[in-house]
Design a protein around this ligand. Structure first.
Ligand SMILES: Nc1ncnc2c1ncn2[C@@H]1O[C@H](COP(=O)(O)OP(=O)(O)OP(=O)(O)O)[C@@H](O)[C@H]1O
Length: 226
């Protein structure tokens, strides 16, 4: 199935014409630690990129910075054409699926998806989204009572439902069983086929590259093509 997904996604893609991400000599210091050291990156709209790196390399930090959750110490960045420092414009175009799923624990599964749609002024079929990740029976259950894998599935359903032009995904395969990993590939593959630009931080390059074939590695604060 894995290779099937890869082939299909790449075949359906439109030509890459405009930049989704442009980073120029980007530095980031957090406390006493320098996490990013002169990062340069160009990603085109519709591209799928896997971000690799050892524990603590700075992958999550880079995703947070791209989601406008952190400000660069130095350097320039544009996200979907907007200055990285223009948080409101950036947040209008991106979705970050964080490693801990980033859900509201006291809202039910359905309420979490409804709320996400409202926040972005979007509409969507919440029941169908829950069915897609086999969470229909848990629709009214509060997120705090879900397993880690179920939360991951719900976060995946949310990312798929929102389909923001730039979708940043942190460790999508963590805590998932085999079927769950297959779902991640399927749903992220569909996002890409629909023109969404994907940046996936993962420790499973063989999986992530099926939907995000271009691989980058972050090491000692520097980003390299692999
Ligand atoms: N708020 C913060 N203040 C200071 N240092 C931080 C902060 N957040 C993260 N760091 C540091 O930044 C570095 C990179 O962390 P990050 O979580 O981005 O790594 P990662 O590549 O995502 O790791 P993993 O694969 O373990 O998830 C680590 O050394 C971490 O201690």
């Amino acid at each position: 199935m894995a290779e099937g997904v890869s082939g299909r996604v790449e075949d359906q893609l439109p030509p890459l014409v405009s930049p989704a991400l442009q980073l120029r000599d980007l530095w980031l210091r957090l406390g006493r630690e320098v996490i990013l050291r002169g990062v340069n990156l160009d990603v085109m709209v519709g591209e799928g990129v896997t971000l690799l790196g050892e524990n603590g390399a700075g992958k999550t930090t880079l995703l947070r910075l791209l989601a406008s959750g952190l400000r660069p110490t130095r350097g320039e960045g544009r996200v979907m054409g907007f200055d990285l420092r223009d948080s409101r414009a950036v947040r209008d175009h991106i979705h970050l699926m964080p490693v801990d799923a980033g859900l509201y624990p006291d809202l039910s599964c359905a309420e979490n998806l409804d709320f996400a749609l409202k926040m972005h002024g979007q509409t969507g079929d919440v029941a169908a989204a829950l069915r897609r990740v086999t969470l229909e029976a848990a629709a009214n259950r509060r997120v705090r009572f879900l397993s880690a894998g179920m939360r991951k599935r719900l976060a995946l359903a949310r990312a798929h439902l929102l389909a923001r032009p730039l979708t940043l995904v942190d460790e999508p395969f963590a805590n998932l069983d085999t079927a769950g990993r297959g779902l991640v590939l399927e749903l992220l593959g569909e996002l890409r086929a629909g023109g969404v630009t994907l940046l996936i931080a993962a420790h499973e390059p063989e999986l992530a590259r099926q939907v995000a074939p271009r691989a980058l590695r972050l090491a000692a604060g520097v980003l390299h093509e692999t």
